[in-house]
Write a protein that binds this ligand. Structure first.
Ligand SMILES: [Mg+2]
Length: 277
């Protein structure tokens, strides 16, 4: 049987450095990749365009790929031929899925954390920039230090200081535990799933409308050999749902699907070159 092969990449910290644009070296590799690829990003469309699509266009990439954004639930097709053409293929709505009352419970729980002194960020120099609760339609991103609209040196320094604080104190672990307890009912009845989002925030999604969605969709569309690359395949990470998909399809003889944990974009580059050479 002929296999139809594709690579699926997480974007932030897998193809790009955290919250930064694609490096020219990676753009060159993607331009010459002999395997079809698609991306499954934690972030929204605007960030994927800025971090990935614009640098690819500038590097002379020509071709088409799908971007499953907002943790995989919203699907867009990009066609780059000097111009960038964008088509929306699927969108999901978390609020509609949960219903107004459960959605309000979620919002109130997040607000309460921001107002709770026991969850204050007790680190000198760390400040809040931008929105802290971001409703992206298909998912909610919760960022205790906020998401600045524009990244600048001050915002990057703030982010770095938070990452050090978080690693030292287990701050996000403590919030994750609290959220999973406080939202137990919505998790059970609505399929709500909460994971770490990148290095500073949380991604709140609905089961199946996460990074398993691109894998399921590509499988249904005939792909039989899928390799997923992600930096957050660990428990609580926003790529971890992929492992669940793999476990569920282990017995399926027609499908070969695996996941590769990477330590950052350079590691992805190395592992990718090993695979295709
Ligand atoms: Mg990532």
């Amino acid at each position: 049987m002929n296999s139809l092969r594709a690579f699926v990449f997480d974007v932030d910290n897998t193809l790009t450095p955290p919250r930064r644009r694609l490096e020219p070296e990676m753009a060159e590799v993607l331009k010459n990749l002999p395997v079809t690829f698609h991306v499954a990003a934690g972030s929204d469309l605007a960030l994927v365009q800025e971090q990935l699509v614009e640098p690819l266009q500038a590097a002379g990439y020509r071709g088409s790929f799908d971007a499953f954004v907002c943790n995989g639930s919203d699907r867009y097709r990009f066609e780059l031929d000097g111009q960038t053409r964008l088509t929306s293929l699927r969108s999901f709505n978390l609020r509609n899925h949960l219903g107004a009352s459960a959605f309000q419970t979620l919002m109130n729980t997040l607000e309460n954390i921001l107002n709770d002194p026991t969850f204050a960020i007790d680190a000198p120099g760390v400040r809040v920039f931008g929105e802290q609760i971001i409703d992206r339609g298909s998912m909610v991103n919760f960022a205790p230090i906020g998401r600045p609209k524009q990244m600048n040196p001050e915002a990057f320094a703030n982010r770095d200081a938070f990452v050090v604080f978080d690693e030292r104190t287990g701050y996000r672990h403590r919030i994750l535990e609290h959220l999973r307890t406080a939202l137990h009912g919505v998790i059970r009845d609505g399929g709500l799933r909460i994971t770490f989002g990148g290095q500073t925030s949380f991604d709140i999604v609905i089961e199946g409308n996460d990074k398993t969605f691109p894998l399921r969709t590509l499988t249904e569309e005939g792909f039989t050999d899928l390799t997923y690359f992600g930096d957050a395949l660990f428990e609580g990470g926003n790529d971890a749902a992929v492992l669940q998909f793999i476990a569920e399809h282990q017995e399926d003889q027609r499908l070969r699907v695996r996941a590769i944990q990477v330590a950052g974009w350079r590691d992805t580059l190395d592992q990718l070159l090993d695979l295709v050479q």
